[in-house]
Ligand binder design. Structure first.
Ligand SMILES: NC(=O)c1ccc[n+]([C@@H]2O[C@H](COP(=O)([O-])OP(=O)(O)OC[C@H]3O[C@@H](n4cnc5c(N)ncnc54)[C@H](OP(=O)(O)O)[C@@H]3O)[C@@H](O)[C@H]2O)c1
Length: 198
């Protein structure tokens, strides 16, 4: 399949890229300052330019989405807006604009995370963003068929424990190789409206 992968140089994206490429897919990579195509998905004009540049694809796969982490008392309205723009609207726009550019039975796979269902201190904006994306996925699935849309909602990555492990005491981490398999399931499978927890 011809696959557009946003965030391919990140921790998650690199693992997804390796896995999809090994399975024989033709992966076009995207980042703001890295990848084959350089576009910011928080900018609707950037998303439009991205789709215009890449042409028709079979799958759009997102491994990008920034959210601020701060104690609730320090989270200002603009922090929630930044989380919403950085992870929610950006990924919604990949679907909204991508419908015209993805194959009839193609798919979208978005990234969320464990905080939609297992909150941690300083994670309220991330929880909000992850929950919003998961709700969008379920809603969009019933309207875009036969195109499909799913989310992958992992715990903290084993490979990120050195950076973020202190935020997730006692929570089981997940290996990036297992998270990448959830993307394979979404891209190559037949389900839609799913939130995969690898
Ligand atoms: N790390 C964890 O343990 C963990 C656990 C569960 C869920 N997640 C979620 O997984 C996602 C990826 O996390 P990560 O740790 O792999 O992040 P990361 O290492 O910071 O990588 C982010 C990637 O996305 C690209 N990117 C970021 N913003 C972009 C934008 N606006 N437009 C286009 N490309 C953009 C970056 O490339 P450029 O810099 O070139 O733009 C980079 O390739 C995040 O949404 C995160 O919340 C992470």
């Amino acid at each position: 399949m011809r696959i557009l992968l946003i965030g391919a140089t990140g921790k998650l994206g690199a693992a997804v890229h390796k896995t999809l490429a090994r399975r024989g897919h033709d992966v076009r990579t995207v980042g703001r300052s890295t990848g084959d195509l350089r576009h910011d998905i928080t900018d609707p004009a950037g998303v439009a330019a991205l789709y215009a540049a890449v042409g028709r694809v079979d799958a759009v796969v997102s491994a990008a989405g920034d959210v601020p982490f701060k104690p609730l008392a320090d989270l200002a309205p603009e922090d929630y807006l930044n989380a919403f723009h950085g992870k929610v609207l950006s990924q919604i726009d990949l679907v909204r604009q991508g419908i015209q550019h993805v194959a009839e039975r193609g798919s979208f796979t978005l990234i969320t995370g464990v905080l939609s269902r297992e909150p941690i201190p300083a994670g309220a904006a991330a929880s909000m963003a992850n929950g919003a994306v998961e709700a969008f996925v379920r809603a969009a699935a019933i309207e875009i068929a036969p195109q499909r849309v799913n989310a992958v909602s992992p715990s903290v990555f084993t490979e990120s424990l050195a950076d973020y492990g202190d935020f997730f005491p006692g929570m089981p981490p997940v290996n990036l190789s297992d998270v990448a398999q959830a993307y394979v399931r979404s891209v190559e499978g037949a389900q839609t409206g799913q939130v995969y927890v690898p």
